[in-house]
Design a binder for this molecule. Structure first.
Ligand code: CP3
Length: 355
């Protein structure tokens, strides 16, 4: 099925487009009443994510409301460690947790790359089903956590405020962490390639916690493994280029290094000015971002003004994918997100004239 709207793919490859394409991190989530209704029917978040019918339904929900230029697979980055046997669960109001976090060398040394069709078949089934349901309307983005961000959850056993356990391992037993990261990199690569074979048309790697590292540790423990993953991820499938996006939250200081990791686009958070970011990366990669998600709590006039500021900061020409600098908050009004999406459509064509 040929893509009816390939604006996202073109922007990621820095080819001319008529306007700036938009999608929103966490576009299918708790800020949408229809998501909450489906989640209730499924019983839980994992009940949604592990059932391809429900996953397809919620993936399409934001596309029914907003003129978005991409769908993103409804799943989670923590499906991979779950498939490695750590036992993912969600304690009400506490976020993700693992029943069996990695707390000693024996647990880490016995980890293996999960079997993609056996252990993660429900994800591939969802990808195939979402592609069928999309009928080529917009591309489908597949995703994974980065090797380091997955390791954070695997070692801490859930979210963390100080990353004390993984950082202790990083400084005290670096070879052990390197072993874990090497297994994660192989798993992430196999996971992304399986999603591409099932029908994902873009892939994104979420390095949500890379930004908590020192500059030297970021190179050694996160970037090196992003590089390894990108080297082995398919760049083409069924005759189509599969663009890749890397997002290190808090990675602004290391933008040039991230841009050189082998991805087509770099996701940036709101701490950067997009124009400066563009000058720093030159013509090597596209940029995705970077409106502060909290802008959506302000009035429509403010949202529109901040959208305009973001578009103007990037400036004229292709290579910008509009997004937030991190996921949309559950407290956001869908009407305000609508203002964002409409503002980008209305204000961005002027930045794409004469190309
Ligand atoms: O973007 C999308 O719409 C696609 C779906 C998606 C989810 N998680 C669904 C989800 C994606 C791409 C993710 C990635 C993810 N998951 C990341 C990286 C991106 C980021 O936000 O930095 C991380 C760190 C996770 C781990 C995770 N999963 C956390 C910390 C939480 C709890 C946070 C929260 O909002 O409660 C989840 C659960 C989760 N994953 C939800 C959704 C919609 C909320 C679950 C619910 O319905 O209760």
């Amino acid at each position: 099925m040929p893509l009816q709207n390939d604006t996202l793919i073109r922007a990621l490859l820095r080819q001319p487009t008529a306007y700036t394409p938009t999608w929103i991190m966490r576009q299918a989530g708790r800020y949408l009443p229809e998501y909450n209704a489906t989640r209730k029917r499924a019983g839980s978040f994992l009940g949604l994510a592990k059932n391809p019918d429900f996953a397809t339904e919620v993936t399409l929900q934001p596309l029914e409301r907003f003129q978005l230029d991409a769908a993103i697979l409804f799943s989670d980055i923590l499906t991979v460690p779950d498939a490695m046997g750590l036992g993912l669960y969600f304690a009400e109001g506490e976020g993700p947790k693992f029943e069996r976090p990695l707390r000693d060398a024996r647990a880490i040394r016995s980890l293996a790359v999960p079997d993609m069709e056996k252990e993660l078949g429900y994800v591939m089934a969802a990808v195939r089903q979402i592609r069928r349901a999309l009928h080529g309307r917009v591309p489908l983005i597949g995703f994974s956590g980065s090797p380091f961000t997955l390791a954070c959850y695997m070692v801490e056993g859930g979210g963390s405020e100080d990353f004390r356990l993984i950082k202790t391992m990083l400084y005290q037993q670096p070879e052990l962490l390197h072993h874990l990261l090497a297994v994660n990199a192989k798993s992430v690569c196999a996971y992304l390639n399986a999603q591409i074979e099932a029908g994902a048309q873009v892939v994104m790697i979420f390095d949500t916690w890379g930004g908590v590292l020192s500059s030297a540790a970021y190179d050694e423990f996160s970037l090196r493994y992003l590089h390894a993953v990108l080297q082995d991820v398919k760049r083409e499938h069924a005759g189509q280029r599969i663009p890749s996006i890397v997002f290190t939250k808090g990675g602004g200081l290391w933008l040039e290094r991230i841009a050189a990791a082998g991805c087509d686009a770099v996701g940036v958070d709101w701490t950067l000015d997009l124009g400066e970011a563009r000058r720093r990366v030159g013509n090597g990669v596209a940029l995705q971002g970077n409106l502060d998600p909290n802008v959506l709590f302000a009035d429509p006039v403010v949202i529109r003004r901040e959208v305009e500021r973001t578009l103007a900061a990037f400036g004229s020409g292709s290579g910008h994918v509009f997004n937030l600098g991190h996921g949309v908050s559950q407290y956001t009004s869908p009407e305000h997100l609508q203002v964002l999406v409409e503002s980008v459509r209305e204000l961005s064509p002027q930045y794409h004239e004469n190309q």
